[in-house]
Design a binder for this molecule. Sequence first.
Ligand code: FES
Length: 139
Amino acid sequence: MTDRPSFQPTRRIVFHGLGAIGVAAALAGCGGGSSEPAAQEAVAGDELAATSEVPVGGGLILTDQKIVITQPTEGDFKAFTAVCTHEGNTVTSVESGTIECSFHGSSFSAETGEVQGGPAGSALAAVAIDVKDGKVLAA
Ligand code: FES
């Protein structure tokens, strides 16, 4: 028995490898600056997503947990903080192997989290995950 509340992800945004027109626009109204709510913390063993929810070449942004899960190549899952290193907004899309933050145009590798285009000056930090039985779990 645990005394912590059950982990219930509520907002997920899936981005396929080839475009996510309209979805980024849906996020555009989320405001700017660093006034976004704090991340809902996941603890080891929590199910973050089903592997089937993460498209190859694209990704899944867990807006409540502020985690972006990517699958750069089939069966290879990565996870990073979804908090942009520029001004702290949640990244907005994953397309063609790139995690994008449309607030000011930063982009990051969906494979490594490294900056591909500014103004962000540092990489998205990796988030430890396990992939087991068709599920992506917090590690
Ligand atoms: S917050 Fe400025 S590019 Fe992401």
